[in-house]
Design a binder for this molecule. Structure first.
Ligand code: AP5
Ligand code: MG
Length: 219
């Protein structure tokens, strides 16, 4: 199954994709995580991406499309994948459709996680992530048992450099202008499903399961 998780910054795409990936045994492909990994590697591409990301702007389409083409062409993607944070512009969505159509494939479902805009700033400025395993936490909504340390692996927590208030405001503006038009794009293709992201993370996951026709209540 080829699934896209759509939604504004802080909607819970990464949180839900982590859970879905374990339940559906599909790779979680986050362009944001991939770019942060390149940034950490000291490669020139990482420096280039960092300049855009820290300002809350989108990285150019050609860079992102090269990364995605390579990633979805790998053997672990044969049965499908979960795309988180991609596509984010109309040219990216069109290029993805063309890439898939070349192999007689298509996106099965686009899950649009909706959260009122006024909640997103708090979600993002309170977010912390594990440096080691990537688990996502929130200072108020999903705190760790020991402050500063990951419950899953004991790794140290960090705050993303683009989760400061100024970058978040810019990211939300960029979302409205460049990414929100994808809702109409996928509605036209009849692949779009709306998900209420303004409920506890576990409840969001159950709603995703219902929409995908899977009963996770008993798990
Ligand atoms: P990316 O890393 O994709 O960031 P984003 O889209 O801005 O989304 P976030 O990761 O901030 O939010 P999320 O929806 O994953 O929420 P999360 O689950 O963490 O991209 C970063 C940058 O990379 C971009 O700005 C751009 O520069 C570049 N980039 C990436 N992809 C690109 C592309 N395709 N094209 C061009 N540039 C690209 O949750 C957020 C917080 O809320 C957490 O603390 C979590 O614990 C909490 N939370 C989650 N769910 C709930 C809930 N139900 N209730 C309460 N709290 C919750
Ligand atoms: Mg994310």
């Amino acid at each position: 199954m080829r699934i896209i998780l759509l939604g504004p910054p802080g909607a819970g795409k990464g949180t839900q994709a982590d859970m879905l990936s374990k339940k559906l045994f599909l790779p979680h492909i986050s362009t944001g995580d991939m770019l942060r990994a390149v940034m950490g590697s000291g490669m020139e591409l990482g420096q280039k991406a960092k300049a855009y990301m820290d300002k809350g702007q989108l990285v150019p389409d050609n860079i992102i499309l090269d990364i995605i083409r390579d990633r979805i062409g790998r053997p672990d993607c044969r049965e499908g994948y979960l795309l988180d944070g991609f596509p984010r512009t109309l040219p990216q969505a069109e290029a993805l459709d063309a890439m898939l159509a070349a192999n007689d494939n298509a996106i099965d479902v686009v899950l649009n996680i909706q959260v009122p805009l006024e909640l997103l700033l708090e979600r993002l400025t309170g977010r912390r992530g594990c440096l080691q395993c990537g688990t996502i936490y929130h200072q108020l909504y999903s705190p760790t048992k020991t402050e500063g340390l990951c419950d899953a692996c004991g790794g140290s927590l960090y705050q993303r450099t683009d989760d400061c208030e100024a970058s978040v405001q810019k990211r939300l503006e960029v979302y409205e202008v460049q990414t929100a038009p994808l809702i109409a794009y996928y509605e036209k293709r009849k692949t779009l499903q709306f998900i209420n992201g303004n409920q506890p993370a576990h409840a969001v996951m159950l709603e995703l399961g219902q929409v995908l026709g899977l009963d996770w209540e008993k798990d």
